[in-house]
Design a protein around this ligand. Structure first.
Ligand SMILES: Cc1cc2nc3c(=O)[nH]c(=O)nc-3n(C[C@H](O)[C@H](O)[C@H](O)COP(=O)(O)OP(=O)(O)OC[C@H]3O[C@@H](n4cnc5c(N)ncnc54)[C@H](O)[C@@H]3O)c2cc1C
Length: 806
């Protein structure tokens, strides 16, 4: 066994084997995989191993497509062919028009990734799958490339190719400890000796937290018991003369595929069970949980009704095994938060279908620091401190119960809520607030007009449309107040703070005390990594503020680039402070009435900051606006939040102050052309391609990502960021929808919604540069149907910024 290598991948299921193989493909061949037993002896060996292209984001579709391409190539390898039923086709069923609309949206999104889905009616579903009835069926989504693979052969094929390229695989070699050294390198302790390495990868399936504990980390991953059964032969299958397509049913929560000339049917029952919460038997190897078909009787009935042939055959095998889930159903693939040189590929609940793609994206991240797609949807840093073991288990159960039911826009499911709150949460709830969650924080979406008001989540405009219109109007004409909790806030101090930050940000940073500015951070490929509000406070203190979801992500990036001499210090204030946003033409009057001092435009102009008291509450006030109206961000320590809120409410009485929420903010920021991190700001594009030219100072001697950005600029823009107005009033576009020119996809929507002040349906997105000029006529697929669209200037409301300066 080697005693020194570059990367040690721990775990020899699909996750580990795919990572090892792809590391060699990226050019790192001095790499090792250690497996405590035999390859695939965790979950992988007994997987139903269905392989679909379906995903709810373009990143997921892209990585699944990679799996399919790779598996096909492996299956056709004459030296070591493997069993892969490629392109049997698969149907995701639907019995409501609302779900069909979702499928149309997902089909449009997949089209942008070169993947062709088809939305078909119930009769067509039955024509393609002769065993199903059309009762209670409207139609479905057809994935032509759906199939299934032999999981053990797949892993062996990947390991074999990796070995051929120079990697080594050590079986029956449990990892029993991990030590990290001063230089961030690791020693991996195994029962067969130690291996020194630069980087470790946790790919340990349901044992993820045993290995996590060895590095002092708890991963938000929980296991669920999951069952399928295999039937005896069904004559109609043999008679059909073709393989049955796969089925996934969100109506009755099961899936089904052909196995030999019978069926394999798997269930997602409501009375489901977590597994291994209090530790896992060390001898649970190549093992299964006891059969428990009684648990799935509710779901069985639905499957039997859809496929009557099931009632006529016997069941010959039941498989019940652990399957891992995270808090949002997507896996954790990328850097382990708070650790250096440590990565994970865990929480895979569809690891066979996705594993090829996840290993590909992880290997790219390890070798190049970033992958070809923006990987935020699978980034382990998207969950923060709230993602404890109890919450993970609750969300895992909820996710399992809703396995095939995608989230509708704005849908935030109830398990484990409220998670993170401020002292204002119950007060705002009593005011009628409807909440969504942002990184676990309960954030006001809108104020319900009546206690029994209910929004039906949909891909169309909902009942909340008029409610939001009224909130926007109140902000535009008077003054509104909203809470923005969980905003990521890092205090930067130390003698080297300004110069260091200047190198981290690609534009100018506010050098004068009392000034605020927007800064963009690039990665080493010259792509947009982070966006921050930079406030130059007094006494050499800078506040770095960014999206609530970015807490771990941004801290990791900043920490990794800190000077070694201790001249810059970072301190997170995120959990201790909350923002109250006061917005609208009367905002100054309210602030002036609530806070001593001169708040006139002359004394405190746009983009200023100062410490002050709001009532008796200490605060940091910034004159910045995400709404395009005169606005103040009032940052208050949580202990004083209620006091500040009361002071503003009282001062606001004379000015008709109204509460508003994030839906209204979203409408207004779209009109202003302001961008959202990880919707519009992604690592796939440079700041120039993202339309951020005015925030880049190429004249600066140096900043992170500058050499790469220069190369990208020289090579020419690949995409351009645009705003569009759509000729349509029944629905907004949604992130991922395709932008079309003469039948060809020329771009993708990143965010969209109704602009209530301008009365237009707005979409933003990236298009091929030739289609970016204002006035260009395109179409955007809204719920799968093309609607006319026109490229417009980015800022559609008060482009001169008169109102924010008023
Ligand atoms: C019944 C069932 C049906 C499924 N059907 C499908 C499907 O149709 N399609 C699909 O895509 N997915 C399906 N899945 C899920 C899929 O099987 C898993 O997502 C996938 O197998 C997980 O692979 P993994 O590599 O992450 O974990 P595992 O396969 O569990 O591999 C982890 C490996 O790490 C090793 N390990 C653990 N601790 C150590 C240590 N200390 N030292 C060294 N090695 C260690 C283990 O021995 C194990 O081999 C199904 C799962 C189940 C249970």
């Amino acid at each position: 066994m080697k005693t020194q290598t570059r990367v040690v991948v721990i775990g020899g299921g699909i996750a580990g084997c795919s990572t090892l193989y792809h590391l060699t493909q990226e050019g790192w061949t001095d790499v090792v995989l250690v497996e405590r037993n035999e390859l695939t002896s965790g979950t992988t060996w007994h997987s139903a191993a269905q392989v679909t292209n379906f995903g709810m984001t373009q990143t997921m579709v892209g990585l699944k497509s990679h799996s399919i391409r790779l598996y096909k190539e492996l299956a056709e390898d004459p030296e070591y062919p493997i069993n892969y039923h490629h392109a049997d086709g698969g149907i995701r069923l639907a019995n409501t028009e609302r779900v069909m609309e979702g499928y149309r949206h997902f089909a449009s999104m997949a089209k942008g990734m070169g993947v062709d889905f088809e939305v078909i009616d119930g009769e067509e579903c039955a024509r393609r799958h002769p065993l199903i009835s059309t009762d209670n069926l409207i139609g479905g989504l057809w994935d032509p490339l759906d199939g299934d693979i032999d999981p053990a052969q797949l892993c062996q094929a990947l390991a074999r190719r990796a070995r051929k390229a120079g990697a080594e695989v050590y079986r029956n070699t449990p990892v029993i400890g991990l030590t990290q050294h001063q230089d961030d390198s690791w020693t991996v302790h195994t029962t067969h000796g130690d291996i020194a390495c630069e980087i470790v990868v946790n790919a340990c399936g349901y044992r993820v937290n045993e290995v996590g504990a060895m590095m002092g980390v708890h991963h938000p991953v929980a296991s669920m018991e999951h069952q399928y059964f295999l039937t005896e032969e069904i004559p109609a299958i043999r008679e059909a003369g073709h393989r049955m397509p796969l089925l996934r049913c969100p109506i009755s929560d099961y899936y089904c595929r052909q196995e030999k000339f019978g069926l394999l049917v798997g269930f997602y029952e409501q009375g489901c069970k977590t597994w291994g919460m209090d530790g896992i038997d060390p001898n649970f190897v190549n093992a299964l949980c006891p059969d428990d078909l009684d648990r799935v009787t509710d779901v069985l009935e639905g499957a039997f009704a859809r496929m009557p042939a099931l009632t006529e055959v016997g069941i010959h095998t039941v498989v019940n095994g652990p399957i891992t889930y995270t808090i949002d159903g997507a896996p954790l693939v990328g850097p382990i938060p708070g650790k250096r040189n440590a990565f994970c590929i865990i929480g895979l609940r569809a690891g066979l279908g996705e594993g090829g793609g996840h290993g590909w994206l992880l290997a790219q991240q390890i070798v190049h620091g970033e992958a070809c797609y923006d990987t935020w949807v699978i980034d382990p840093r998207r969950f923060t401190g709230h993602a404890n073991v109890e919450l993970t288990a609750l969300k895992a159960v909820e996710d399992y119960q809703n396995e095939f039911r995608f989230h509708f826009p704005h849908e935030h499911r109830p398990a484990g809520r409220p998670m993170k709150t401020t002292p204002l949460t119950p007060i705002l709830a009593a005011e009628g607030a409807e909440f969504g969650t942002v990184n676990g924080w309960e954030r006001v979406a809108y104020i319900k007009p009546a206690p029994d008001f209910h929004e039906t989540h949909s891909f169309r405009f909902t009942e909340a449309f008029d409610v939001v219109a009224a909130e926007v109007k109140a902000v535009q004409e008077g003054v509104g107040l909203t809470e923005v909790n969980g905003f990521n806030r890092i205090e930067i101090t130390g003698p080297g703070a300004r110069d260091w930050l200047d190198r981290m940000v690609c534009g100018r940073i506010p050098r004068n005390e009392g000034k605020v500015g927007l800064g963009y951070l690039l990665n080493h490929h010259g792509m947009v990594k982070a966006e921050a509000t930079l406030a130059n406070l007094d006494e050499g203190t800078i506040w770095y503020g960014s999206a609530a979801a970015s807490v771990y992500h941004d801290m990791d990036w900043l920490t990794a680039h800190l000077p070694k001499d201790g001249s810059v210090r970072l301190r997170s204030l995120t959990n201790d402070w909350t923002i109250l946003v006061l917005a609208g033409p009367r905002a100054r009057d309210v602030l002036q009435a609530a806070s001593r001092g001169d708040w006139s435009a002359a004394a405190f102009p746009w983009l200023s900051t100062r410490r002050a008291f709001v009532g008796i509450a200490p605060a940091v006030v910034m004159s910045v606006s995400f709404s395009g109206e005169l606005a103040y961000e009032i940052h208050v320590p949580n202990a004083s939040l209620y006091a500040a809120y009361l002071a503003l409410r009282r001062a606001g009485e004379a000015h008709g102050l109204r509460l508003f929420g994030s839906y209204a903010v979203e409408s207004m920021r779209l009109e202003k052309g302001y961008l959202h991190w990880k919707a519009d700001l992604v690592t796939e594009f440079t700041p120039f391609e993202t339309g951020l030219d005015r925030f880049v100072a190429m004249g600066k001697p140096d900043f992170t990502g500058k050499p790469a950005l220069e190369r990208m600029v020289a090579a020419g823009a690949r995409r351009a960021f645009v705003s569009l107005v759509l000729d349509c009033t029944h629905a907004p576009a949604h992130g991922g929808d395709s932008i079309i020119h003469e039948g060809r996809v020329v771009g993708t929507v990143t965010s969209a919604g109704w602009g209530h002040r301008i009365g237009r349906n707005i979409a933003m997105g990236f298009v091929e540069p030739g289609f970016a000029a204002p006035g260009t006529r395109l179409s955007v697929e809204v719920i799968g149907a093309p609607v006319a669209a026109e490229v417009v200037e980015g800022c559609l409301y008060d482009p001169e910024n008169v109102r924010v300066r008023a």
